[in-house]
Design a protein around this ligand. Sequence first.
Ligand code: GLA
Length: 729
Amino acid sequence: MGIVYNKEKKTITLHTKHSSYQMKIGNLDYLFHLYYGPSICDADMSYQIRQYDRGFSGNPYESRNERTFSLDAQPQEFSTQQQGDFRTTSIEVVNSDGSYSFGGKAVDVTITGGKYKLNTLPTVFANEGDTVDSLEVILSDPVTKVQVILLYSVFEEADIITRAVKVKNAGDTPIHLKKIMSVCLDFINGSGFDLVSLPGRYGQERQVERQKINHHIHTIGSVRGSSSHQQNPFVILCDHDATEDFGACYGFCLMYSGNFLTEVELDQYDQLRLVMGIHPKQFVYEVKPQEVFEGPEVIMAFTENGFTGLSHLYHDFFRSNLCESKFVSKVQRPVLINSWEAAFMDFDDVKLVNIAKAAKKMGVDLLVMDDGWFGKRDDDNSSLGDWYVNENKIKCGLHKLVEQINDLGMKFGIWFEPEMVSEDSDLYRSHPDWAMQIPGRPAVRSRNQIALDMSRKDVQDYLIEKVNAILDDANIYYVKWDINRSLTDIWSNQLPAERQGEVYHRYILGLYRVMDNIIKTHPDILFEGCSGGGGRYDAAMLHYYPQYWVSDNNHPIDRLKLHYGTSFVYPISTMGAHISDSGRLVPIKTKAVVVMCGTFGYELDATHLSEEEVKICKEQSDLFRKYYHIIFGGDYYRLSNPFEVGNMTAWQHVTKDKSESLLSVVVTNLTCNGPQEYVRAKGLKPDAMYSINGSKELYSGSALMHAGLPIEREVPEYTSFQFYLKKEG
Ligand code: GLA
């Protein structure tokens, strides 16, 4: 059983295959956190808790004579508010009398089989055959009757625990939530941890940063209305000496695409608290009597096997329990060519067909018509919102264009940016009130566009109708869903003044409703998410769409870092990657090797390639198809860190049965007369023999892992190597 409630000891223990998580209904029925880490079987971890009379740490009234009990010094499962705990809070609620207080006591514990669901937000799911149990603990405030409902699901085999939170107003007057964190995790002994996060910027998303945790609150978050390029809703807490292969690592991945906050606080007694959830900035949510507010899910993983071990847990779990699209594992993804860097908005139907014809020779399966096909869009100043075909450009009409592409034996894909509107558009002219603007204040422009008020049902319905109509008009196989600005001017004319603090979150709820409808209406379409590259690359988007555009930066050497950082949590199969003209000094073969660590496609004018280049592209497309099962289904290993000084970057994919592997190396620096360098493989069977690229000579797995492969010296800069290892006999 994944969840054990020991009623006598009042402990509740969650067990995955290799980890345990324990909480306890303790003094005065407050819920304490006791443990998260390697399996402890049925040990009672209460002995860990020590109580002292701590100065300036207040005592709850009922225990005023027991001065050693203070919530300020106890590890809590979901921290209280105004009850003497001065660390960062899990909740800030304003009660109807204006008080800011919550003192939830555990009043109910329920264990059920299967995975819990949320009504308003996406969650991971259980597949047939998964052993999953769920726990619900209700913390109720005896004075206000506000209930916090803590939800947990335990995926035993996957070593994953999910958490979510609901707030129910069981009182009879409205309350206002100002902060509600989906997870609060207290470590009694919190010294010696590092924090790893994925900060970045446009064109340089998810670079990896590791910092020592000191005695203050480390804050990571986004207030851009989206999970953003600048930060990612994923962090790792790890032992200070954890490495790629060894050491304790805890992962926290928030399934949310809007403003988020992660806080990590090391307190005066070296206790560490991590909270993660919706960002409280400009968040005030009214919960009326009997209403329930839901916070997004957090996917937690623990391993003692370093960053690689943690990445493998997330990759495996996300490939099976996150997204229901058939393209996750049932249908092979196509090799695509995207029109953006080939033509930008300067195209017509003839040009697209010519690109498709040339791309066909490169082994491409799918042509994507990117931005510029709708309204009267010739540059990025107009037409967003007018989701009908520009017949001055697509003179034959969409249906005929798609037919022509299909006649070449290729599939067709299309770009949308549904959440936005241009001032110069029919949509804006007829519904200016649909654009998010604060009364009397012209909205901030970004790329000269304004966000639609996605919290409005009429806006959502319009988008559902328009996008579905285009998808039904022609044989469309693929959709790229983009958003190209951060949100400002947050205000909705559908909500009264006192509820404007709900708009950020309601925007995301509206977005999820629209996406959910469109994917469910079109289960055979492959969807790719995008936000000016990888600006909203998060687990919630990957719940709807099996792949996401990593970055607008297609430079292959930058991509080494982009893929490296992204891979800490998101599987290779989710990483949109294309060969483009960017990186002119880099041979096209090396570009192909780099984007084979991703969904593999092209973004260039295929009609301009030389015969030799077309031939190389064809070979590379074929190789991608040949290695697809290794790259998409196998385990991924980071063999070197591109952020460290070195002469090469290497990575590897290994099939689950360890019978095949693809090891890739890109030489990023030349050293004159330098030493011989070796790349050590990982994940092979030590006692098995492997051929390399079909060699007669065989090499033992242990030799390849411990001594490594010698990488040829004196090669031109940006040379790449791809070693296909096959277990023989
Ligand atoms: C964003 C995307 C690009 C392209 C353009 C089109 O920047 O990331 O790939 O689709 O929009 O405007």
